[in-house]
Design a protein around this ligand. Structure first.
Ligand code: TA6
Length: 301
C-alpha cells in the first residue's frame, strides 16, 4: 500500500502518519509527546527511535540504501527464518528473507505503553525454497517511553519446524571504543572472527577493540550498553530469546562497507536478541513461539 492509502486507513492526526522513504519504500512515522519513531514497511524495520529530549537510540547509517529488496544498514533488521549464512544453501540470502519482505500493517493501537503497530507476514506473502515451511508471523512494535518489539511465529505445518530469528538492533553510541556491554559475563560465545571457536566471556563488560562478531548462547534476559561519554545506559530486556549477538565490523571492514563507511562504523554497536545456532527454535506442529525485546535508556554519571 502507498503512503496515502495507509494514512487514510491507519493515520492518527498528529501521532501517526505515513511517508515515502528513499527510492519507493514507505514508512510509518510516530510522534508522541516529543518522541519520534519510524518503521519502514519493507521488513517491518524500525529505522528510528528518538525518546523525548534524548539523543537517538537507534543507529541509522548515513550511507544506507532505502530501496526495494535491499537490506537497510541500521535500525532493527528482523532476521527470520535463518541467521547469518544459510546452513546448507550458499546461494540463499544472508539472514533469511523477512528483512526485505512485504510485511502488511494490520493494526494500530494506542495504549499506556505508547503507540503500537502490528505487522503480518505469511507463507502466501513470501516463501522460500530454502525454508519452504507454512508459517504465519506477527510483529508488534510499540513506541513510547520504551521501545518494545515482539515477534510471534506460528507453525502451520503438521510436523515440527526449525528456524532461527533475531532482532538485529543497531544502537547509536558515542564511540564504539568507549562503550561496554554488561550482562554477558561467564557466558559461552561463538567467535565468528576466530574460526567459530567457542569461548567464555571472562570480563564483566564486553569491550570492543577490534572486529567483533560474537554469538552468546543461553544469555540472561537483561543486558545493557554502558556509554559514559553520552552519560547513558541503554537497557535491553528480552523474553523468549536465548542468544545475544555483539557485532561491530571495525575500521577495515566498516570503511569498506558501501552502506556504512568511515567514520560511521565508530558510532554503532549491534546487540542483538534472538535464537540462533544451539538456541535455534524447534516449534511443534500447530504451535506458536514469541520473542520480545524492550529497550529503555537510563542516565548515568
Ligand atoms: O549479526 C552479525 C552479523 O551476522 C555479521 O556477521 C555481519 O554479517 C552482520 O550480521 C551484518 O550482516 P548484513 O547481512 O546485514 O550485512
Amino acid at each position: 500500500m502507498v503512503a496515502e492509502q495507509l494514512a487514510a486507513e491507519f493515520g492518527i492526526a498528529g501521532k501517526l502518519d505515513f511517508a515515502t522513504a528513499g527510492k519507493g519504500l514507505v514508512k510509518a512515522v510516530v510522534s508522541l509527546d516529543g518522541m519520534t519513531g519510524e518503521v519502514v514497511l519493507q521488513g517491518a524495520q524500525v529505522t528510528r527511535w528518538d525518546p523525548a529530549g534524548k539523543r537517538p537510540v537507534i543507529f541509522m547509517s548515513p550511507n544506507s540504501v532505502f530501496a526495494p529488496g535491499t537490506a537497510i544498514r541500521g535500525g532493527v533488521p528482523l532476521i527470520f527464518p535463518w541467521f547469518g549464512p544459510h546452513r546448507t544453501a550458499k546461494e540463499a540470502p544472508q539472514h533469511g528473507f523477512a528483512r526485505t519482505a512485504p510485511w502488511r500493517l494490520t493494526g494500530v493501537e494506542q495504549g499506556a505503553g505508547g503507540l503500537a503497530l502490528t505487522f503480518a507476514l505469511a507463507f502466501d506473502d513470501i516463501s522460500s525454497p530454502f525454508w519452504p515451511e507454512p508459517y504465519r508471523a506477527a510483529y508488534t512494535v510499540t513506541f513510547g517511553r520504551a521501545l518494545s518489539m515482539s515477534l510471534s511465529v506460528q507453525n502451520r505445518a503438521k510436523q515440527p519446524v526449525v528456524f532461527e530469528e533475531a532482532l538485529h538492533t543497531y544502537f547509536a553510541v558515542s564511540d564504539i571504543a568507549k562503550v561496554g556491554v554488561s550482562g554477558l559475563a561467564g557466558r559461552t560465545y561463538i567467535d565468528k572472527t576466530d574460526g567459530m571457536r567457542r569461548k567464555t566471556q571472562q570480563e564483566p563488560l564486553v569491550i570492543l577493540a577490534k572486529e567483533t562478531d560474537s554469538l552468546y548462547l543461553d544469555t540472561p534476559s537483561s543486558r545493557a550498553i554502558e556509554d559514559p561519554d553520552w552519560g547513558r545506559r541503554i537497557v535491553i530486556d528480552s523474553s523468549g530469546a536465548a542468544s545475544t549477538v555483539v557485532w561491530n565490523p571495525w575500521a577495515e571492514k566498516g570503511a569498506a562497507m558501501r552502506d556504512l563507511g568511515d567514520p560511521a562504523w565508530r558510532g554503532m554497536i549491534c546487540v542483538e536478541n534472538g535464537n540462533a545456532a544451539d538456541n535455534e527454535v524447534r516449534l511443534a506442529a500447530d504451535s506458536e513461539h514469541t520473542m520480545s525485546a524492550q529497550i529503555s535508556v537510563d542516565a548515568i554519571g
